[in-house]
Design a protein around this ligand. Structure first.
Ligand SMILES: [Zn+2]
Length: 320
């Protein structure tokens, strides 16, 4: 999650108004006519939180071995990208590294396509992979990166055959202003952009004093996540703190329906929120936001577990 800046709210309001025009772009495709039975939808698998945590440990080790961070332009960033790419290549994904330069340093996005599905109906899920230079960036955003990675690996384990084409992405230089994702969206020909029927973003999903926030940008995607949490009897709130501050923004700006979940950053948890979610009222959702203490100790396992399963639930539900 990039740092908040004043003056961004007016732009966000314009973007929000634009998004109202795009709400029907994702719809449940199964419209069974009378007398026919819709094919059964594959249930999303449970994402093993131990696997997600193992990825977090790897990202922590990578940071520790590279000056303590995984920031844009650093060896730690590239090592993080190589780690994910190696897993995905071995799992049968078609991967591509997209290079760009910003702030005088080379950055990279990793794009991974799962072969198959309707090439004209693409569902994307992504997370930013860079940390700030002050720390290892384990909640922000190794957590989202690992949840998306483990979901992609589950797609391979299950040999899932979705109706839509699945594409996963890990973005560079988010912390410098959504640079990698903006580059990706800007570089898409219009015909390719309109094939993307949804982009799901995961930025900070294991906050230590967690909240359960759902992006309210697109009603269909929002309902998918809310249905998932309703099944757990966990109440949610619309995301306000993260609005426009992560990699979904360039997609939304380009007319792509977006959604995601978020466990909170530097905003303090209210008493009402502590009552329904547990945790500590008056304390930030993530006290280590953009700090050196954003390590593997800075993760709430329950939030990480639930949100990792939410990634898979939405990827399966919106692609079948
Ligand atoms: Zn951040």
């Amino acid at each position: 999650m990039r740092l908040s800046a004043s003056g961004r709210s007016a732009a966000a309001a314009v973007i929000a108004a634009t998004a109202l025009l795009t709400t029907s772009a994702i719809s449940t495709a199964a419209t069974a006519s009378p007398g026919t039975t819709a094919p059964p939808r594959a249930a999303a698998p449970d994402i093993p939180v131990a696997n997600v945590k193992a990825h977090l440990s790897q990202f922590q080790s990578i940071a520790s071995a590279n000056g303590g961070n995984r920031a844009h332009g650093s060896a730690g960033y590239k090592a993080s990208l190589d780690y994910i790419k190696g897993k995905l290549d071995a799992a049968g994904f078609t991967t591509r590294v997209q290079q760009f330069t910003t702030s005088g340093r080379v950055g990279y996005n990793l794009i991974a396509d799962w072969p198959g599905g309707d090439a004209n109906q693409v569902l994307m899920a992504g997370a930013h992979l860079d940390s700030v230079s002050r720390g290892a960036g384990i909640n922000d955003n190794a957590s989202g990166s690992a949840a998306v990675l483990e979901t992609a690996l589950a797609v391979s384990r299950e040999q899932y055959k979705p109706a839509k084409h699945l594409r996963f992405a890990w973005w560079g230089a988010e912390e410098l202003g959504l640079i990698g994702s903006s580059n990706y969206v800007r570089g898409l020909p219009a015909a390719e952009r309109t094939k993307i029927k949804g982009y799901l973003n995961f930025d900070m999903v294991g906050s230590p004093n967690p909240g359960y926030f759902v992006y309210d940008d697109n009603p269909t995607i929002e309902k998918t996540f809310k249905d998932y949490y309703a099944g757990l009897n966990v109440s949610t709130e619309p995301d306000r703190e993260g609005d426009g501050r992560s990699d979904h923004a360039p997609f939304k700006n380009a007319g792509v329906p977006v959604g995601g979940v978020f466990a909170g950053a530097s905003t303090a948890k209210s008493s009402a929120q502590a009552q329904k979610w547990g945790g500590t009222a008056g304390q930030a959702f993530d006290r280590c936001y953009h700090s050196s203490c954003d390590t593997t100790a800075n993760i709430n396992n329950t939030a990480l577990d639930r949100n990792s399963d939410a990634v898979a639930y939405a990827v399966w539900g919106l692609s079948s």
